[in-house]
Design a protein around this ligand. Structure first.
Ligand SMILES: Cc1cc2nc3c(=O)[nH]c(=O)nc-3n(C[C@H](O)[C@H](O)[C@H](O)COP(=O)(O)O)c2cc1C
Length: 221
């Protein structure tokens, strides 16, 4: 037996909740920005995807604050400055993700509050989190308003201008052929309703890429 869930018959919260449980696991971008007063802001975003390599683009969907319907602090900051940093959500953040995500009043520095150290980024004005083993420095490329009055969202497409990668997570130091050690990176992903996943050896498996050959028969597929 199968159940058919018709999105048109349910509200936006329920619909988004189902998508959040079926589009899994999702990477988490720990987005850092700076406000006009120079205060740092750190927030997790899992509606996040790589788009293309030329130019190197990523996208993040920013919703509105649940408490007052205003734009989120991260979004306000990145629109004003034109840039932000994605700190790859690794083990260092694992125990703090939900706490960092609280809708604090504007101007609260979630990184400092959780004991993380801000450092200057290489190519953008937004700060980076020193403890993050890999960081993507991003410049806003395009903003696309989407959703409805009940669920307003802006898809921010950004160009990644550089990646800063700790030696400890680089499997090969050859940056012409960068290889990341997945287990050393230790990414944390969003899954299910309130759950997360981590990369541990027993959960990771490999499969070689196999090109299609015209001689392949359906039984080979
Ligand atoms: C794991 C996780 C993923 C999240 N992903 C998103 C997201 O993709 N888009 C979004 O608008 N909010 C997302 N949130 C909520 C934001 O993190 C939260 O609203 C944000 O921290 C608010 O802070 P700010 O106003 O300082 O930006 C997520 C929260 C968590 C815990």
């Amino acid at each position: 037996m199968e159940h058919v869930y018709h999105f048109a018959e349910h509200g936006p919260g329920t619909n988004q909740g189902l998508l959040s449980q079926l589009v899994v696991p999702r990477p988490i971008a720990m987005v850092s920005t700076r406000d006009a007063q120079g205060r740092g802001n750190l927030s997790p975003f899992s509606y996040y995807l790589p788009i293309t390599g030329d130019p190197p683009l990523i996208g993040i969907a920013f919703g509105m604050r649940e408490s007052d319907g205003d734009p989120k602090g991260s979004y306000v900051n990145l629109i004003a400055s034109g840039d932000f940093v994605i700190n790859v959500c690794s083990e260092v953040f694992a125990d703090h993700i939900e706490s960092i995500a609280k809708e604090y009043p504007h101007g609260v520095d979630e990184a400092a509050m959780h004991g993380f150290e801000w450092i200057d980024s290489r190519r953008v004005s937004s700060p980076s989190v020193a403890e993050a083993p890999a960081r993507l420095e991003c410049v806003v490329h395009q903003t696309i308003p989407l959703g409805s009055d009940l669920a307003r969202v802006v898809l921010v497409v950004a160009e990644v201008v550089c990646a800063v990668i700790a030696d400890s997570v680089l499997a090969s130091p050859d940056l012409d052929h960068p290889r990341i050690d997945l287990l050393a990176l230790g990414p944390i992903g969003r899954s299910g309703a309130r759950s997360f996943v981590r990369a541990v050896p027993e959960a990771v498996y490999h499969q070689e890429r196999v090109p299609y050959l015209p001689t392949d028969t359906p039984s080979d597929l």
